[in-house]
Design a protein around this ligand. Structure first.
Ligand code: ADP
Ligand code: ADP
Ligand code: ZN
Length: 216
């Protein structure tokens, strides 16, 4: 299964991706996670990406496209993959189509998670992430059993620097301008699935699985 997860910041892409990749046994490719790992390790890529991410701006297309193109040629992507947070611009979607064409493969489905704007801000601002294993929580909607502590590995949770109200609003504006046109782009290719993201996490997941079908 080759899937793209589309949706505004805070829609629940990362949360759903974690369950989807487990079920379909495919690698989870999150460009946001790749950048955060590089920022943590202070690599050249991390330093460059940080300039954009902290402001809520998009990292330039050429940088992101090169990373994804390289990642897709790895052995573990042979039988499928889940892209989360990529593509985010029409130029990125075109570059992805070209790359897939060169590899003689195509996307099976693009899942668009729909959530209204007011809800997105509350979700992103309340998001907390484990600094060790990356598991995502929400202070109100999906809290850990013990406040500030990861239920999976016991490490401390942190708040992303770009998850403050002003930066989240800016990211939503950029989503509307740059990423939303991809809905139409994939609708034209007849591979778009729309899922109501304003439901319980488990219900969103079962809707996605029903729409994707059992193909692995
Ligand atoms: P994205 O990757 O799209 O930015 P996340 O998966 O990180 O989104 O989710 C954003 C925040 O919203 C997280 O704190 C997460 O726990 C919470 N969340 C995810 N799905 C739901 C849902 N269906 N209902 C309520 N909160 C959710
Ligand atoms: P969210 O799902 O909450 O929007 P992500 O973790 O997907 O957050 O991305 C965090 C940040 O990383 C984005 O705001 C952007 O600056 C950068 N980023 C991630 N993916 C891309 C991409 N495909 N193109 C450009 N920038 C990206
Ligand atoms: Zn953890």
């Amino acid at each position: 299964m080759r899937i793209v997860l589309l949706g505004p910041p805070g829609a629940g892409k990362g949360t759903q991706a974690a369950s989807i990749v487990k079920k379909y046994k495919i690698p989870h490719i999150s460009t946001g996670d790749i950048f955060r790992k590089n920022i943590k390790e202070k690599t050249a890529l991390g330093n460059k990406a940080k300039e954009y991410i902290d402001k809520g701006a998009l990292v330039p297309d050429d940088i992101v496209v090169a990373i994804v193109e390289d990642r897709l040629t790895k052995e573990d992507c042979k039988h499928g993959f889940m892209l989360d947070g990529f593509p985010r611009t029409v130029a990125q979607a075109q570059a992805l189509d070209e790359k897939l064409q060169n590899l003689s493969i195509n996307l099976d489905k693009v899942v668009n998670i729909e959530v209204p704007k007011e809800e997105l801000i509350e979700r992103a601002v309340g998001r907390r992430i484990c600094k060790e294993c990356g598991k995502t929580y929400h202070i109100k909607f999906n809290p850990p059993a013990k406040e500030g502590v990861c239920g999976k590995c016991g490490e401390e949770l942190y708040q992303r620097k770009d998850d403050i109200k002003e930066t989240v609003s800016k990211r939503i504006e950029i989503y509307l301008q740059e990423t939303k046109p991809l809905i139409n782009y994939y609708e034209k290719q007849k591979i778009l699935i729309k899922v109501n993201g304003e439901q319980d996490i488990d219900k969103v997941f079962s809707d996605i699985v029903n729409a994707l079908g059992s193909k692995i």
